[in-house]
Design a protein around this ligand. Structure first.
Ligand code: ATP
Length: 363
């Protein structure tokens, strides 16, 4: 096991800056997820770490050793990729044993380690089979076992679950989590699947355009997105955004949207007037009946555009002025398309962003 230090790592492909001076410290035993949309540079960063790409600048330090100029085989890493890359003409046993045989490990030790790896991945009963006789999930487990038995200082995984169907993904995700708990190898895991990232990561590095835009534990990435991009990328449905205004009256500053003054305690003391209000669907309460005498204080009038039952909840699409928001309600909340409802934002969950830059505003 080892920690990883990426220092201002840069990678260009012609004129494309795929990784733009990324610095990242991954602790020993940590499960770090690199998360971002297609083309953000996460695979390239992983490949730079593995030594499969030569960096154009910066340093890669694993366990205190500067491995920037070392070939992949000399970095003490194990790798698992999206395509299972198991050898079709070898049994599961031989596939798992392959790296150990290349290192001329004794056959007794190979037996022991393959047995151990197969047990960890729960594929002991498959050792005599060939890959063609395995399901996708089983093949992927073979690939993970093959990497693990080498006892790498660092385990790198690039979208290892993306070829699996939804149910298998869910199952393998749980197994990878259990495995990490048992083995505790320093792991770097690339995915574009935010649920996978939230579920597996000790920390998540959210990437965009070759840079890390937020590095944090999953709860904070979800609850306190650093930018509009992070709020929109993480969460299904994603965070809602609508225009807001900060108005001063009688020396106090208050947040308004759609002409409604919101209960919110994080209004910045000075500066900007126009803001972007970020709020997650589950942090908006929906009321059906207006209080007699007009608009209930602090509630935002909205029109229901779409009603979707999604199993445990209902997902509503509602219109507030020019903004379309997604909100969730209990499944038995009776509401029809076209109906007027009232929204109440949980004041502790509102996240203000700068409408120009999309960066969160410290409150
Ligand atoms: P995906 O999820 O689609 O794999 P990614 O976030 O892993 O995306 P990268 O594969 O790292 O993104 O690509 C980052 C950028 O570098 C993209 O603009 C991509 O087109 C470019 N790129 C990646 N590999 C090469 C290459 N071998 N030659 C030229 N450009 C490349």
């Amino acid at each position: 096991m080892a920690d990883i230090q990426l220092e201002r790592v840069r990678k260009m492909f012609g004129k494309v800056l795929a990784v733009a001076d990324v610095s990242l410290h991954i602790k020993e035993g940590e499960f770090m997820v690199l998360l971002g949309p297609s083309g953000c540079g996460k695979t390239t960063l992983l490949r730079c770490l593995a030594g499969l790409e030569r960096v154009d600048g910066g340093q890669v330090i694993i366990g205190g050793d500067d491995v920037t100029d070392h070939p992949p085989g000399k970095r003490g890493i194990g790798m698992v990729f999206q395509s299972y890359a198991v050898f079709p003409h070898m049994t599961v046993f031989d596939n798992i044993a392959f790296g150990l045989q290349m290192q001329r490990v004794s056959s007794a030790e190979i037996q022991r380690r393959v047995g151990e790896g197969a047990e960890l991945l729960q594929i002991q009963q498959l050792l005599a089979r060939y890959p063609a006789q395995l399901s996708g999930g089983q093949r992927q487990r073979v690939a993970v076992a093959r990497a693990i038995v080498m006892r790498p200082r660092v385990l790198l995984m690039d979208e290892p679950l993306s070829n699996l169907d939804a149910l298998l993904r869910l199952q393998m995700r749980g197994e990878l989590k259990r495995l990490h708990h048992e083995v505790r190898s320093t792991t770097v895991y690339v995915t574009h699947d935010q649920v996978e990232a939230l579920s597996l990561g000790d920390r998540i590095a959210v990437m965009k355009d070759g840079t890390i835009v937020q590095l944090d534990i999953p709860d904070r990435v979800y609850d306190l997105p650093a930018t509009r991009f992070v709020g929109s990328f993480i969460g299904s449905p994603p965070m809602n955004f609508l225009e807001g205004t900060i108005r001063s009256s009688n020396g106090a500053r208050a947040l308004e949207t759609a002409g409604v003054r919101l209960e919110f305690h994080g209004v910045p003391a000075r500066g900007r007037d126009a803001v972007l209000i970020g709020i997650r669907p589950e942090h908006i309460a929906v009321e059906r009946v207006a209080v007699a005498g007009g608009i209930p204080a602090g509630a935002i009038p909205a029109a229901v555009v779409v009603v979707e039952p999604i199993g445990p909840q209902k997902l509503l699409t509602v219109q507030v002025g020019p903004s379309t928001l997604k909100v969730t309600t209990p499944v038995d909340f009776a509401v029809d398309q076209g109906q007027r409802v009232w929204l109440r934002f949980d004041p502790s969950r509102i996240r203000l962003m700068d409408p120009q830059t999309g960066d969160a505003i410290a409150s």
